[in-house]
Design a protein around this ligand. Structure first.
Ligand code: NAP
Length: 242
C-alpha cells in the first residue's frame, strides 16, 4: 500500500484530506503537533471510511524533530513509498503590522513557510528515487490577494506559492508534481469566532466552505491523472477573489 503524509492532519482541513486520501487507497501518515486525541480521532475516521494509517507526530517548524521522526519512519520502512505529501499544517496570529510583535511574525512564517521547506526537503530524495510524487501545499486566499491584519500570514502563504512554482520546475522531469490549493473561508477551528453570517455576504456562494470541499481539490491534484498539472494554485473560495 503506498503512503501519503499529511501535516496538521489532526483537525480541520488536514483531517478531511486524510480521509480523502485514505478513500483513494493511500495508507495515511497523520501528522500533528500536540493534539493527540484529535489525531487519533482522524485515524478512527479514516478507518471508518475503509482506509488505514498511523500517527506521526512532529513539529513542522523544527527541522531536528522532522529529521528524527520522519527520517526514522523512512528508515524503518525501506520498502514503503510515500507518494503524496500534503503540507497543510499552519497557524495564524493576526494583528495590524504597526502593532505586530516579532514572535507573531516569526511563529507564523516558521510554521507555514519554514515548515513547508523542512518537511518537503526531508522527503524529496525519497520521491526523486521513486521517480513519482505529488506535493500539494495548502496555502490561502490571503497569500494571493493579501489580507489586512495578516501581513505575516499573507507573506508566509505567498512564499509557499512562489516555492511551489519554483520546485515544480526543478522536479517536473522526475514525475513529481508540485501544486497548491488556496482556500477562502473554511469552517474549522481557525475560523471559529469569525462572523460567518456577515462575511458570507462577501462570498458569491454565500457561505463558508467545508473542509471536505478543500480535500476534494487536494484529492484531484493527488490523483495519477493530474500528472500534467504542476506549479498551479487552485482556489477553493466560493468565488471570493477580491
Ligand atoms: P486548524 O483547524 O487550526 O488545524 C491546524 C492543524 O495544523 C492542526 O492539525 C494542528 O495540529 C496542525 N499544526 C499547527 N502547527 C503545527 C506544527 N508546528 N507542526 C505540525 N502540525 C501543526 O486549521 P485549518 O483551518 O484546518 O487550516 C489548515 C490549513 O489550511 C492551514 O495551513 C491554514 O493556513 C489553511 N487555510 C485555512 C483556511 C480556513 O478558512 N480555515 C483558509 C485558508 C487557508 P494540532 O491539532 O496538534 O494542534
Amino acid at each position: 500500500m503506498n503512503c501519503a503524509l499529511v501535516t496538521g492532519g489532526s483537525r480541520g482541513i488536514g483531517r478531511a484530506i486524510c480521509v480523502k486520501l485514505a478513500s483513494m487507497g493511500y495508507y495515511v501518515l497523520v501528522n500533528y503537533k500536540g493534539n493527540e486525541t484529535e489525531a487519533a480521532n482522524t485515524i478512527a475516521l479514516l478507518k471508518a471510511a475503509g482506509g488505514d494509517g498511523e500517527l506521526l507526530q512532529f513539529d513542522v517548524g523544527k527541522k531536528e524533530d522532522i529529521a528524527q521522526k520522519l527520517g526514522a519512519w523512512l528508515e524503518a520502512h525501506p520498502t514503503k513509498k510515500i507518494e503524496v505529501l500534503v503540507n497543510n499544517a499552519g497557524i495564524k496570529d493576526d494583528g495590524l503590522m504597526v502593532f505586530m510583535k516579532d514572535e507573531q511574525w516569526e511563529d507564523v512564517l516558521h510554521t507555514s513557510l519554514d515548515g513547508f521547506f523542512y518537511v518537503t526537503r526531508q522527503l524529496l530524495n525519497h520521491m526523486l528515487l521513486n521517480r513519482y510524487g505529488r506535493i500539494i501545499n495548502v496555502v490561502s486566499l490571503s497569500g494571493l490577494k493579501g489580507m489586512a491584519g495578516q501581513t505575516n500570514y499573507s507573506a508566509a502563504k505567498a512564499g509557499v506559492i512562489g516555492a511551489t512554482k519554483a520546485l515544480a520546475q526543478e522536479i517536473g522531469r522526475r514525475g513529481i508534481t508540485v501544486n497548491a490549493v488556496a482556500p477562502g473561508f473554511i469552517r474549522t477551528d481557525m475560523t471559529e469566532g469569525l462572523d460567518e453570517k456577515e462575511l458570507s455576504n462577501l462570498i458569491p456562494v454565500r457561505r463558508f466552505g467545508q473542509p471536505e470541499e478543500v480535500a476534494h481539490a487536494v484529492g484531484f491534484l493527488a490523483s495519477r491523472e493530474a500528472a500534467y498539472i504542476t506549479g498551479e494554485t487552485i482556489s477553493v473560495n466560493g468565488g471570493l477573489y477580491s
